[in-house]
Write a protein that binds this ligand. Structure first.
Ligand code: ADP
Ligand code: ADP
Length: 234
């Protein structure tokens, strides 16, 4: 089943009187439960693409259909609801440094109006899922890179999203820690049916966990297919 469809999606920015094209006529269909890779060189348009998927950036043309809803037609309130279905993690983790691991995970739950006790219970369950319960009371500065990313994943899962958007999520990690995080993502996808979109410049990451991949070059999709189809030399 299709979860996300990007149709004729273009995005350009106006900067000091110039138009900068970040994405040009992107068409892409992402299925429920798959781990989909988006690979391209720096500046190709990958970050802009994730930010268009969750409508943090509005496409200049075309649009995004998420779970049957065309995001461009939604009210701000409806869009906020849909965004809760899309978790996101980043290269630099983006944790709140003054809060513990558990408080970071509970933050979105509290914003959603869930009471302190209940949020804490759920937060601990989420830390358990990512294998970090024993570090619940540690501050981000006390955690390794891999542990910080685990906290970020737990936080992203707090709103029980359908999709996890990973923007260069392992690019700041060493190879061993990268493998551990990729295995966690694979496991989450298998166990919870989570759809995962992996944005990366590293072919190894795509080869290790993605079922399908799109190659972005010069702001366009150069190729889409299974990892084997796209990366096997003819
Ligand atoms: P990638 O993630 O693949 O490195 P980006 O999506 O960050 O690529 O950038 C694609 C292009 O869009 C680049 O040329 C970049 O400079 C430009 N761009 C991205 N965001 C903005 C912005 N807010 N304003 C102006 N140009 C931008
Ligand atoms: P992960 O277990 O998430 O893959 P790492 O491989 O980076 O994380 O870390 C391996 C182990 O080393 C962790 O379980 C942790 O106990 C310990 N560790 C590494 N760096 C730190 C740190 N800065 N503070 C506390 N413990 C650390």
């Amino acid at each position: 089943d299709e979860l996300i469809r990007l149709y004729d999606l273009s995005k350009s920015f106006r900067l000091k009187g110039n138009t900068i094209t970040a994405l040009e006529n992107i068409n892409l269909s992402i299925h429920e439960g798959e781990i989909f890779g988006i690979i391209g060189m720096s500046g190709a348009g990958k970050s802009t693409l994730v930010r268009c998927i969750n409508f943090l950036e509005r496409p200049t043309a075309g649009g995004v259909i998420f779970d049957g809803q065309d995001l461009g037609t939604l009210s701000p309130a409806a869009l906020r609801q849909v965004r809760r279905q899309m978790g996101m993690i980043f290269q630099q983790f983006n944790l709140l440094m003054q809060r513990t691991a558990l408080q970071n995970v509970c933050f979105p739950l509290e914003i959603a109006g869930i009471s302190g006790q209940e949020a804490k219970k759920r937060g601990l369950e989420l830390l358990e899922i990512v294998g970090l319960s024993e570090r619940a009371n540690a501050y981000p500065a006390q955690l390794s890179g891999g542990q910080k990313q685990r906290v970020a994943i737990a936080r992203a899962l707090a709103s029980d999203p359908k999709v996890l958007l990973c923007d260069e999520a392992t690019s700041a990690l060493d190879p061993e820690t990268t493998d551990a995080i990729l295995n966690l993502l694979k496991d989450l996808s298998k166990r919870m049916g989570l759809t995962v979109i992996v944005i990366t410049h590293e072919m190894r990451v795509v080869e290790e966990i993605c079922s399908r991949v799109a190659v972005i070059a010069d702001h366009q999709i150069a190729e889409v297919g299974t990892v084997k189809e796209v990366f096997t030399q003819p």
